[in-house]
Design a protein around this ligand. Structure first.
Ligand SMILES: CC(C)(COP(=O)(O)OP(=O)(O)OC[C@H]1O[C@@H](n2cnc3c(N)ncnc32)[C@H](O)[C@@H]1OP(=O)(O)O)[C@@H](O)C(=O)NCCC(=O)NCCS
Length: 168
């Protein structure tokens, strides 16, 4: 499904591949907000990705190097409203990973997360995966409910994280 355009509520929704350097500012804004939603604070984003989050776009570039389909913006009428970041297990390519799903706060609760989930399943299957895994912080109740609604199953809990998986 990457790069296909379709419509929802008469607005054009499309996935767009990311150019990590050109899109750096937007990536950092979305990444910072993602950490805030997951952990309730942003400082872990700077801990993981350095001052100003400059290493976040670099990490995204390493994901797109594996496949351009692995990091994409979801755009509505040409404006980015979400981000999906995927990968495959290096040792076992039959296992796909959802690193991040992100929908901008002003677009949440309207079903756009389901569009990211559909995209992720197709992209990971195309990459050869038959199982997908993710983890989510135990405090992120809304995201956990969202994942359960999309058919993800909890497999374990450890260190404040819930590990979930789904067959593709
Ligand atoms: C998790 C996320 C991707 C889901 O996407 P979404 O488009 O909001 O998904 P949905 O529209 O299916 O809504 C998910 C739930 O949030 C509820 N919700 C309603 N209004 C909302 C709002 N303004 N903001 C957030 N969630 C809202 C929905 O009702 C739904 O709950 P329900 O299942 O009990 O009905 C998105 O909320 C998000 O980006 N959150 C912040 C980042 C994050 O936590 N990512 C996951 C961890 S990596």
């Amino acid at each position: 499904m990457p790069d296909e355009t379709y419509t929802k509520y008469s607005k054009a929704l499309a996935f767009r591949r990311i150019a990590a350097e050109r899109d750096a500012a937007l990536l950092i804004r979305f990444g910072r907000d993602l950490y805030r939603a997951s952990l309730g604070r942003e400082d872990a984003f700077y801990r993981d990705y350095g001052r100003y989050g400059v290493n976040f776009p670099t990490w995204i570039a390493s994901c797109t190097a594996a496949s351009p389909a692995f990091a994409q913006f979801l755009e509505e009428d040409g404006e980015a409203i979400g981000l999906v970041v995927l990968g495959c297990d290096e040792r076992d390519p039959s296992i796909g990973r959802v690193h991040h799903f992100y929908i901008r706060p002003d677009h949440r609760g309207q079903g756009f997360g389901g569009v990211l989930d559909d995209y992720a399943r197709d992209a990971l299957k195309d990459a050869g995966a038959s199982l997908a895994r993710l983890n989510v912080t135990a405090r992120n109740a809304r995201a956990i409910r969202f994942y359960q609604g999309q058919g993800w199953e909890e497999k374990a809990r450890r260190g404040g994280l819930i590990f979930m998986e789904t067959r593709l």
